[in-house]
Write a protein that binds this ligand. Structure first.
Ligand code: ATP
Ligand code: MG
Ligand code: MG
Length: 361
């Protein structure tokens, strides 16, 4: 059988490895940190930094294709890996989404709505950017931000200094504040043959900057649902993308606004494990392995709840619920803000309602 290489050994790499193993593949995981969650299920784990080109070459030579659960792999490492074996999704998708500025410019050039934005490469750029964008605004580091880290809101001019300080000298982007009613995401997949399949959009609620719940179906009109799926397809096609992508959207009265894209399986797609026959992890492995995509249609309404830090203490109670599937990542230490696992709860079907009708309209 073929062997799939995965860059990054966190929970996403772990769940990708489980799906790959079900399809008869072996997984080799490359992860700088010791004892990552994926190591429990991968066939082989390479523990070395991305600067270790000997280890990278050895890793690449042992696999048939490389994919990733982590976007911030250094360019030099990717150059080396790609000279040995294909990387899917491709380098362009990775490069665009590694930098919030290129990401926003790409989306705007596709004709999609984004927050207004302006680059803040150095402190002196902020005044002009604020004059351009207005307030309220959000200053974000261009690279390496996640879970709302590296962001500062500016609602009054006297907050500009503190916002700049929060960037710690890193290149930043100023975004106008989007007034949205709620947030949704589309998990979309594109196969090697160019076929696109999207999961039903999920509605996301964040707590302290970290995804708290995803609920499907999301509160969207039929027209909004169609818009969401079509715009995701346009993004994937424009990138000649192969694999699963998460597309985060703001729902506004004027339409859907794209917040960001993640060129990988996504936390807001974990509900698919118990809401669909083929989940996002199997779908991603199918795509990067060149298999046909599976059917991503939803058979149940689901609420996904992340278990963050000490939330994991609720597992014994949650395990007693017949409607709840439990997914734990095998992390030993429950540090604050750390994603320890998640649960998918099947929501009751309203009596006599068509099974796919969006809730709450
Ligand atoms: P993730 O963990 O999803 O990768 P992140 O750190 O990359 O998050 P964003 O998704 O850009 O950060 O922002 C985090 C949250 O902050 C968003 O989900 C949204 O609630 C809010 N937010 C971000 N940008 C804007 C904006 N321009 N207008 C209004 N709210 C915003
Ligand atoms: Mg992000
Ligand atoms: Mg986000």
């Amino acid at each position: 059988g073929a062997t799939i290489g995965i860059l990054g050994g966190g929970q996403l790499g772990r769940m990708l490895s489980v799906a790959a193993s079900r399809l008869g593949f072996r997984c080799h995981v490359y992860e700088p940190a010791a004892n990552p969650p994926a190591a429990d299920v991968a066939h082989r784990t390479f523990t070395a930094p991305y600067e270790d080109h000997e280890a990278l070459a050895q890793f690449a030579k042992g696999v048939d294709v490389i994919t990733y659960e982590f976007e911030n792999v250094p360019t030099a490492a990717l150059d080396l890996l790609e000279s040995i074996v294909p990387i899917r999704p491709n380098r362009r998708a990775l490069a665009i989404s590694q930098d919030r500025l290129s990401e926003k410019a790409f989306l705007r050039d596709l004709g999609l709505a984004t927050a207004p934005f302006a680059p803040v490469d150095r402190a002196a750029d902020l005044d002009a950017a604020l004059a351009d964008i207005g307030m309220p605004a959000i200053l974000k580091t261009r690279r390496l931000g996640y879970d709302g880290k590296g962001q500062a809101r500016i609602t009054a001019a006297d907050q500009a200094g503190a916002a700049l300080a929060a960037m710690a000298g890193a290149p930043a982007i100023l975004e106008g504040f989007v007034t949205f009613s709620h947030e949704v995401s589309v998990i979309a997949a594109r196969g090697l043959d160019g076929r696109v399949a999207c999961y039903d959009p999920g509605e996301n609620v964040h707590r302290d900057g970290i995804l708290h719940t995803t609920t499907v179906p999301a509160r969207l009109s039929m027209a909004q649902q169609t818009d969401a799926v079509i715009l995701a397809g346009r993004i994937l096609n424009a990138l000649d993308y192969v694999g699963v992508m998460g597309v985060e959207l703001f729902v506004t009265p004027a339409g859907l606004v794209v917040n960001e894209i993640a060129p990988r399986v996504h936390n807001s797609g974990h509900w698919t494990q118990n809401g669909c026959v083929i989940d996002q992890f199997e779908q991603h492995i199918r795509a990067v392995a060149g298999w046909p995509l599976g059917d991503g249609s939803r058979h149940s309404d689901i609420e996904m709840l992340n278990l963050i830090g000490e939330d994991v203490a609720r597992v014994p109670e949650l395990a007693g619920r017949a409607d709840t599937a439990i997914h734990l990542y095998g992390k030993a230490e429950a540090r604050p803000g750390r994603k320890m696992g998640h649960v998918n709860r099947r929501l009751p079907q309203p009596l006599n309602a068509p099974p796919m009708s969006p809730r709450g309209r």
